[in-house]
Design a protein. Structure first.
Length: 94
């Protein structure tokens, strides 16, 4: 899932915005606005890797399950980190 084009992901999920992006935004809306530097501070590397692996294994995985297990501050930065993946790849890939 991570690394696929946005067009492929949205076609597979039959939605205009990939589910993982929607879930990250919903999570950040509900918890992230109290946190300083949500897109500036790095995420927990292990949590980000675990979350990306879970998404790759099961694209229908609800990422909020793992985010809710993390410390609140780590969860916010991990969700924000996932939203930055397409920009890091410098193309329309998620």
């Amino acid at each position: 899932m991570i690394g696929r084009s946005l067009a492929d992901v949205t076609a597979r999920e039959q939605v205009p915005v990939p589910r993982v992006i929607t879930q990250c935004i919903e999570f950040l809306r509900s918890t992230g606005f109290k946190e300083v530097g949500i897109f500036r501070i790095s995420a927990d590397v292990a949590a980000s890797a675990e979350l990306q692996a879970l998404i790759d294994e099961n694209p229908d995985y609800d990422i909020r399950t793992i985010l809710n297990r993390l410390h609140a501050e780590d969860a916010v930065h991990t969700a924000a980190n996932l939203l930055k993946v397409p920009q890091r790849n410098q193309c329309e890939r998620f």
